[in-house]
Write a protein that binds this ligand. Structure first.
Ligand SMILES: Nc1ncnc2c1ncn2[C@@H]1O[C@H](COP(=O)(O)OP(=O)(O)OP(=O)(O)O)[C@@H](O)[C@H]1O
Ligand SMILES: [Mg+2]
Length: 384
């Protein structure tokens, strides 16, 4: 093998792993990122940990994750930034920051950020401008996937069943809320689930059993988003989740089931009390399994998904009626999270899954590079 080939083979891929962030899911991201950094094959990848503090400062360095997990001060770490200029790809030191380092080239970025300012198309937009390949959905898929109302509208359009819902844009005076309450009672009834349209990890979500709880639930959701989604509660239902992987030829994993420790799968049941369980594969009739897998891939296509997503469903216990609930384009990624576990059960172990996600990011970047972006008008009409 020629030396050139040897050095290319030996050259590691520089992966920027971005974690933390400004959303309510900052802590969840730290746990996901720790798991990913641990599992990435160190023979193939050089890992550049990049933390975003809750106030939005970017810091890099091997100790960032540990410090963030301890909520320790990080003022002594070099602040850095990603420039939206493809001629300067990589992480640049913020001049004037203490111990400003040198620019670090990034071959690909793995944004391990959940919720707003990370899973919603914002950081994807910056990476597109910077010309850096990145894992997961693009700008549109991320933005749509984050917005539960738009996602439901697209899924309905694609013929995927969703729970009956209403939505409105909140107003400070509460006039719209007052107008909506009787409508919600009439059309959806109780229990009703009230959600900020853009959120995750059940933050801002409530189950309302009566008018008093409904009004409080709208106030809570309204603290996280101006758009409020209200859904009919699908009672006596099972929580079924499916992982999806791929760019334009997405595939679905086997379905899994979540048995929540609380009345619904809230933040505590997800991360705190440790009493919820996962059953993989979910014990479903074959036709129902196929249906949720098919709906998962169709919903992924409906939002223009890429790379990965976890799709959540509610399936009624009595008639196995399937309802699409929501899609997460950057799902939880700890080693006990459903996304990697469902792929493990479908034959793709964790570390290989990470290889696949990075390969999909590089593939999508190459595809986009082949597209024409510029246009050179024959006349100089603009020069006058
Ligand atoms: N219409 C509904 N009927 C019954 N239960 C529901 C309904 N909508 C939501 N839930 C319950 O609330 C939980 C959280 O809702 P949802 O998945 O929409 O929120 P999320 O914040 O996006 O969660 P994730 O952490 O999966 O991103 C669900 O897992 C389920 O337990
Ligand atoms: Mg979600």
């Amino acid at each position: 093998m020629s030396t050139k080939k040897k050095s290319r083979a030996q050259k590691k891929i520089r992966v920027g792993v971005i974690f933390g962030g400004r959303s309510a899911e900052h802590e969840v991201s730290l746990v996901s990122a720790a798991s990913i950094i641990k599992a990435l094959d160190k023979r193939k990848y050089e890992i550049i940990p990049i933390g975003i503090t809750p106030s939005g400062t970017w810091v890099s360095g091997p100790q960032v994750l540990a410090l963030m997990k301890r909520r320790a001060p990080m003022g002594h770490l070099p602040a850095c930034t990603l420039t939206a200029d493809p001629s300067m790809p990589g992480l640049s030191p913020v001049h004037g920051s203490r111990r400003a380092g040198r620019r670090q080239k990034l071959d690909v970025v793995f944004p391990v950020l959940h919720g707003t300012f990370g899973e919603d198309g914002t950081i994807q937009g910056l990476l597109e401008l910077a010309g850096i390949p990145y894992v997961g959905a693009g700008v549109l898929g991320s933005a749509v996937g984050m917005d539960k109302i738009v996602t439901k509208q697209l899924c309905e359009h694609a013929g995927i069943p969703v729970a009956p819902y209403l939505w409105f844009v909140n107003d400070r005076a509460g006039r719209k809320m007052r107008a909506m309450v009787p409508l919600i009672e009439q059309r959806l009834g109780y229990p009703a689930f009230v959600k900020p349209s853009n959120s995750g990890s059940s933050v801002g979500i409530s189950k309302a059993h009566n008018r008093k709880e409904l009004i409080a639930a709208i106030a809570l959701a309204g603290a996280y988003d101006r758009k409020i989604l209200i859904e009919r509660g699908i009672e006596r239902s099972r929580e079924i989740e499916v992982s999806v992987l791929g760019n334009d030829e997405p595939v679905a994993s086997v379905p899994g089931e979540i048995i929540s420790s609380n009345e619904f799968y809230d933040y505590d049941a997800k991360y705190v009390d440790g009493k919820s369980r996962a059953v993989i594969p979910a014990a479903l009739p074959r036709a129902v399994s196929r249906r949720v897998m098919d709906c998962a891939v169709r919903s992924y296509r409906a939002i223009d998904g890429a790379g990965m997503a976890r799709v959540d469903f509610l399936v009624t216990k009595r008639s196995n009626a399937v309802y699409f609930n929501e899609i997460n384009t950057i799902p939880g990624f700890t080693s006990i999270s459903m996304y990697p576990k469902l792929w493990e059960a479908s034959g793709i172990p964790y570390s290989r899954l990470l290889d696949r996600l990075i390969a999909l990011a590089l593939e999508r970047h190459r595809t986009n590079l082949r597209l024409k972006r510029g246009f050179r008008p024959k006349s100089n009409w603009f020069a006058s």
